[in-house]
Design a protein around this ligand. Sequence first.
Ligand code: 6PG
Length: 238
Amino acid sequence: MAEVKIFADNPSVAVEFAKCFRDYVNNLDQDSITVCLSGGSTPKLLFEELAANHREAIDWSRLHFFWGDERCVAPEDPQSNYGECRKLLLDQIEIPVTNVQRVIGESDPNAEADRYGRTITDNVATGENGLPVFDLMILGMGGDGHTASIFPHQMDLLTSEKICDVAVHPDSGQKRVTITGPVINNAKQVVFLITGGGKADVLATVKDGSGIQYPATHVQPKSGELLFFLDQAAAAKL
Ligand code: 6PG
């Protein structure tokens, strides 16, 4: 059963999840923790909060960062999920360069999806089903119910046999590298950070499971926990 935490607004979601993130990683009795980050705008406040108020509270050398999806652009491009995270968090903390595995957005999408899939396989623990098991998977959700870069017109990415695959944004046609559904659902802890009233209607059907046309509805961790960190606007129809 998914746990739902609702806070006043986007800044409050960032503040409260940052505390949860800190406690989760600090209480994990393991030397190495794999974290798969989401992109978009919601996590930016989280990155700023972690850098501002938790920089000294976390041993960042234990954390290994990956991305659940990346736009096929160079890191300097403002659309780059890695580039934004580097600016807001990675440049502010003591984390070994080798602990940060970015998608090479400027590479050929298909080749990079294969390369990044191998990178994940080589650096993330493998579960009994032979798939990578992230300790923490942070996801967002778009107003169309997409998550990572699995959009409603590419539902096959939810069951892809690949670790990572190439996605296409339905409106812009922008190519992206995305983690696939089976890897998302293999994580120990999956957390949705969802804010904004524009997502309320879709979120209600994602949460009650009726929105089968939305990729986010199919995020149902096999054995891991599922949490929703929401602001009141996004949670308005729950
Ligand atoms: C991306 C994301 C994507 C994002 C949602 C929500 O690269 O765009 O990974 O899945 O989480 O689109 O984006 P917002 O946080 O900007 O609403």
